[in-house]
Every structure is written in C-alpha cells, then in structure tokens.
Design a binder for this molecule. Structure first.
Ligand code: AMP
Ligand code: TRP
Length: 327
C-alpha cells in the first residue's frame, strides 16, 4: 500500500474548485492506499487569522473532509498543530533550503507582491509543506496544479538531504496532479482560478452555499456574446468553465453536453447547471450538518492526531539520528 498525504488550509469554506480538484481524489485514493488528510492550521497563520474563527474553521474543514466521503476508519484526519513533528521537521528542512529557491516560489511572489517586507513564515511556507509530506514517508501527494512548484521543492529537499545524510533519510514523494479539466475557474472572471480569497462572493460556489446563492452565482456568471455553446478554453473560457463543472458533477462528457445543448442559449445551460450543482452539494451539506457540532468530530480528530503522531515520531527519531541531533 502506498502512503498518501495531503492538506487543506482552514481558511473559510471549501469551494467547488477544492472539491473537484482535491477532495474527490482524496476519497478515491483511500480505497487502495494508506491516506493521511491534514487540516494545515500552521500554514494558515502565515497570514493573520482571528483565533476564535480559526478554531472553528479547523473543524469546518475536518467536517467537510468527512462530509465528502473521507472515512476516518480508512484514513487519518487531523489538525497539523496537534502533531509537533511538522514544526520540528520544518526547522531541520529550513536549514537545508536556500533563500534563492524560496524566493522563486510563485505563490510567495503573489502573496508578498508590492510589500517591502513579508512575514518570514510566508517565505518559508513551502518548507513547512515539505515537512508535512516527508514526515510521513509519503509516496503520493494529491494536489491541484497550483502546488506543482511546492512538490518539486519537496522532492529537491528530500533528494538533497538524502545525498548528505543518507539515502534512507526521506522517501522522495510524487505529486498526483489534476487533469486540465479539473481546474475550476472563477465564475465572474473565468481567466482566473476559483479561489477562497477573491472578494466577490459570486466568483465561487462554496460547498456550504444555499440554493439561492448558487443560482445567483451561476446565472450571473461571465460568458461571452457569441451565443453558441461549445468548448474552447481560450476563446470561450466562461462557457468552457461551466461545461467543465457540469461534466465533473454529472459524469457526462463535455462532448456529450455540447451535443445535447446544440442550438440552445446560455440561459438553459446555466439553469440546468444550477440544478446539477445544488443536487451534488445537497448530500454533502446534509452530512456536514450531522457531524459539524458533535463530539464525534473532536474524537475523530484526536484519534487521527494520535495515529499521525505515532508515524511522525518514528520519522523524527530516524531523521534526528541521521543529522546527529540530540543524545
Ligand atoms: P487551497 O484552497 O488553495 O487551500 O487549495 C486546496 C486544494 O484545492 C489544493 O489541492 C488546490 O490545488 C485545490 N484547488 C484550489 N483551488 C482550485 C481550483 N480553482 N480548481 C481546482 N483545484 C483547486
Ligand atoms: N499548500 C497547500 C495549498 O495551499 C496546502 C498544503 C500544506 C499541502 N501542506 C500540504 C498540500 C502538504 C499537500 C501536502 O493548497
């Protein structure tokens, strides 16, 4: 069995992009692998967070993991800060990462854009991510394409440390990226990615949105003036994005959808998509509401942290030994 690790930040609700890009893979992978799914709260404090809200968001994301079908009997689900090995290994890796390579990370460049100075944590964010992954001898990391550069850095760090401190120090992981179609774009601006942080609420559909918000976002979504439903990311990013979402949630191919909407306007496509999205999300919301406020959720996270820690402790003992740290 291969070991799988992935993480999602507890910053607000998850949206359709997170769901189709990451969470559906999480559920598929748990059938044949040993999966560890983490709520990466330590990553989220690289930008300021309200402590009370952060605590709630950690549980929100954990409950969403479970609601989409992550099974705590098969997979480990936990909060990153409950296992101290992440920070500990993060430091060791930091001493082997270079400021040059970190300053080339596009996510850092975007987040620090225009600022004269940025938190050091924002700069070293990818090193903590590498620690998350290497701490569990991970083989496979399912993530969105936007994380490719961070996975490459993780591999570079593992190979570099192995070269210096012994080939059996770290398992070198592989990323498992999405198909191009799984990149979900913003509804108001289909040339940029659907994201948690965009100021316009109608740019995204969150997994906890009600039907009227979903309807509003889809009916108002940006398309084009051609009036023909066809798939063409370059010329028709808006319509193509709607087709992608429709296809991913309904299981129908984009090709079949295009055929079935021949001669129809965007209004029909949008109206049907509202129904498809609402129906796909309803069972997730139902399960979320069942578990979110329960002691069961807390128990699952505590149990997950314990199981994660058992694996992490072994890795830390080995790594410290290879580095000559401690007695
Ligand atoms: P984030 O929301 O940036 O914490 O991302 C959590 C996971 O969802 C990562 O694996 C991302 O790559 C993935 N993801 C985020 N936004 C999108 C999107 N618009 N389309 C597809 N995947 C996404
Ligand atoms: N950086 C990832 C993101 O923004 C989240 C993350 C942190 C992660 N640690 C990870 C993803 C380890 C996969 C594995 O989406």
């Amino acid at each position: 069995m291969a070991r799988v690790f992935s993480g999602v930040q507890p910053t607000g609700n998850l949206h359709l992009g997170n769901y189709l890009g990451a969470l559906t893979q999480f559920v598929e992978l748990q059938e044949e692998n040993e999966c560890i799914y983490c709520v990466v709260d330590m990553h989220s404090i690289t930008v300021p967070q309200d402590p009370k809200l952060l605590k709630e968001h950690i549980k929100d994301i954990a409950a969403l993991y479970l609601a989409v079908g992550v099974d705590p009997k098969k997979s480990i689900v936990f909060a990153q800060s409950d296992v101290s090995g992440h920070a500990e290994l993060g430091w060791i890796l930091m001493c082997n990462a270079y400021t040059g390579e970190l300053s080339r990370m596009t996510q850092f460049k975007q987040k620090a854009q225009g600022k004269e100075s940025a938190p050091a944590g924002l700069f070293s964010y990818p090193v903590l991510m590498a620690a998350d992954i290497l701490l569990y001898d991970t083989d496979i990391v399912p993530v969105g394409n936007d994380q490719k550069q961070h996975i490459e850095l993780t591999r570079d760090l593992a190979i570099r440390v192995n070269g210096k401190y012994g080939e059996d120090t770290f398992v070198v992981p592989d990323g498992r990226f999405l198909k191009e179609g799984a990149r979900i774009m913003a509804l108001d601006d289909p040339t940029s990615k659907m994201s948690k942080s965009a100021p316009n609420e109608l740019s995204r559909i969150s997994l906890l949105d009600d039907a009227s918000k979903i309807k509003k976002a889809i009916m108002k979504s940006t398309t084009d003036s051609e009036g023909v439903i066809r798939f063409d990311i370059k010329e028709k990013p808006g319509v193509s994005n709607l087709l992608n979402i429709y296809s991913a949630l309904s299981g129908k191919s984009v090709e079949d959808l295009v055929k079935s909407y021949e001669g129809q306007g965007y209004g029909n496509l949008k109206k049907d998509l509202v129904e498809v999205v609402v129906n796909a999300i309803a069972p997730i919301q139902e399960r979320y509401n069942q578990i979110r406020q329960t002691q069961e959720l807390v128990d699952i996270l505590n149990d997950g942290a314990e199981r994660a820690n058992a694996i992490a402790e072994k890795t830390m003992a080995r790594v410290k030994d290879h580095f000559g740290l401690g007695l």
